[in-house]
Ligand binder design. Structure first.
Ligand SMILES: Cc1cc2nc3c(=O)[nH]c(=O)nc-3n(C[C@H](O)[C@H](O)[C@H](O)COP(=O)(O)OP(=O)(O)OC[C@H]3O[C@@H](n4cnc5c(N)ncnc54)[C@H](O)[C@@H]3O)c2cc1C
Length: 460
């Protein structure tokens, strides 16, 4: 199956640019499928594969750099993977099949080239944001170890100041939580009317906001940041509606942009990301792309599960066994803040008129800060929000896109039907959205006016 350079009888040489989740797992999968291929991995960073998940904890001092390293350099040696750190690829020559690294003044050749270039933080159009970030005047984004160390050092130089995090998505909140632990008074400003706009509905977004504020982080919604204030040093931000907030540091965590320039300059088809087909092939022969840098069916992903799925398919494609096709990745997100369990998966706000029969099982228990919403379409599990309760998480992960048994789901979510003993009227927690226990004490049966005590849990 393995293609060889027939003239020289040499094994195929695969070059991977990028050494994080996508590049590393592609290399590992390739090696698993074939022991002969020559695999070289190049990265501009100075570290072997590390996880970005814990970068915010490097800032708060809870983790050290070595805690983040997933595979050390010995791991690469045992897998016979050649790793080249500190190599920034500047130019791809598709005709000669070479990649040039200007900072090392060297060019290498490849038989197959895999672009695992990842993404960089998006900076919204905010006056002076890019300029003050580049001039190191107190504006930061967080993507890699160097960013985390820079932010940590900067915070040490501004004790007792305030911090602003622009972006109330997952990374923004996780970052804000760690910044708050450095003792800076922290404010999150979010453009949308709720936190985690892509992962939550309005009701759960409100519960999360209350919980985040209870933890001592101020949250400002509907906030379009217009300008970074300060001359030569950050002094705060100004919103479009005129409100101003003081701060000694501003951190922008507002989405990602796939890294495409290297591919684009070589003539490889790009749009928002590097455009690939279901086999992770780009528009050019023998060039493939994987991970955060890709765009598939007009979609970019930016999550680890997508990188992992794609890295299996690309490895099979490269060795010529096109057995599997990529079909996109269901968004799966968990907020990683200690003591705050929140998972959002798949479709969470079904669009009216999309066809099929949608069914929502929902329970909001404001007192215990717990919200569970399960979305079904034609009895298939399509999505879920699970906040404050972990019991159903593994079930939901396992059963996505499968037919489900609603009674089983009700039990798992502690969703009950209560019957009024006077008139037989039913209160279905799944339909009403509010836990029966949470109803006010003066709740009356809407049918016969009986008080709350007349209701009994219906056991089927
Ligand atoms: C703080 C933080 C927390 C996160 N938490 C989660 C989480 O909990 N769950 C989740 O699913 N995802 C999370 N993510 C996202 C996740 O880390 C990314 O989806 C993942 O890292 C993407 O992997 P990748 O290999 O495609 O790209 P990247 O991780 O971006 O790696 C690409 C690498 O290629 C290098 N590179 C780029 N261009 C060149 C070049 N020209 N020459 C040489 N090298 C180059 C880059 O420097 C980089 O090292 C988080 C991200 C951050 C920043």
């Amino acid at each position: 199956m393995l293609k060889k350079d027939v003239k020289a009888n040499k094994p195929m040489k695969v070059v991977i640019i990028g050494n994080n989740v996508a590049g590393t797992f592609t290399a590992q999968n390739l090696r698993f499928l074939n022991e002969e291929i020559e695999i070289e991995i190049y990265t501009q960073e100075a570290y072997p594969y590390y996880t970005r998940i814990n970068l915010p904890e490097v800032i708060s001092g809870k983790k050290l750099i070595q805690d983040l390293i997933v595979f050390d350099e010995d791991w690469y040696k045992t897998k016979d993977l050649k790793l080249f750190l500190g190599h920034k690829a500047e130019h791809i020559n598709l005709e000669n099949k070479t990649v040039h690294f200007s900072n090392k003044n060297k060019s290498i050749n490849y038989d197959k080239l895999i672009l695992a270039l990842g993404s960089t933080p998006n900076i919204p159009p905010i006056n002076k944001a890019v300029e003050m970030k580049n001039n190191k005047q107190g504006v930061f984004t967080l993507r890699n170890i160097d960013d985390a160390l820079e932010i940590k050092n900067f915070i040490a130089s501004i004790p007792n100041e305030k911090a602003i995090v622009i972006g109330g998505g997952l990374l923004g909140l996780e970052l804000a939580n760690q910044i708050k632990d450095t003792k800076l008074k922290t404010t999150v400003v979010e453009f949308f009317p709720r936190l985690l706009p892509r992962q939550l509905d309005e009701e759960c977004g409100k519960m999360l906001k209350d919980e985040i504020e209870r933890r001592g982080i101020e949250v400002v919604l509907n906030a379009t940041t217009q300008e970074i204030l300060g001359n030569g040093k950050v002094a705060g931000i100004k919103l479009k509606d005129g409100r101003q907030f003081d701060a000694g540091i501003v951190l922008i965590q507002a989405g990602i942009n796939p890294t495409i320039d290297l591919a684009k300059n070589a003539g490889i088809k790009t749009n928002k990301g590097i455009v690939i087909n279901e086999y992770l092939e780009t528009s050019e022969t023998d060039v493939y792309a994987v991970g955060d840098c890709i765009e598939y069916n007009n979609q970019i992903y930016g999550i680890i599960p997508a990188c992992m799925e794609q890295s299996k398919i690309i490895a099979a494609t490269i060795i010529g066994a096109k057995t599997k096709e990529y079909d996109g990745t269901i968004p799966k997100n968990t907020l990683k803040i200690m003591g705050l369990d929140l998972t959002s998966i798949g479709i969470i706000n079904p669009v009216e008129g999309e066809g099929g029969s949608w069914d929502i099982l929902k329970k909001a228990d404001v007192k215990d800060c717990c919200y569970q919403k399960i979305i079904l379409k034609d009895n298939k599990l399509k999505g879920a929000i699970l906040f404050g309760e972990k019991k159903a998480v593994s079930y939901v992960y396992k059963k996505m896109e499968e037919d489900v048994n609603k009674d089983e789901l009700r039990k798992l979510l502690d969703l009950y039907i209560y019957r009024c003993e006077k008139c037989g009227d039913l209160y279905d927690e799944a339909k009403m959205g509010i836990a029966f226990e949470d109803l006010p004490n003066d709740y009356k049966c809407p049918n016969c006016g009986a008080s709350k005590e007349y209701f009994r849990k219906k056991i089927d």
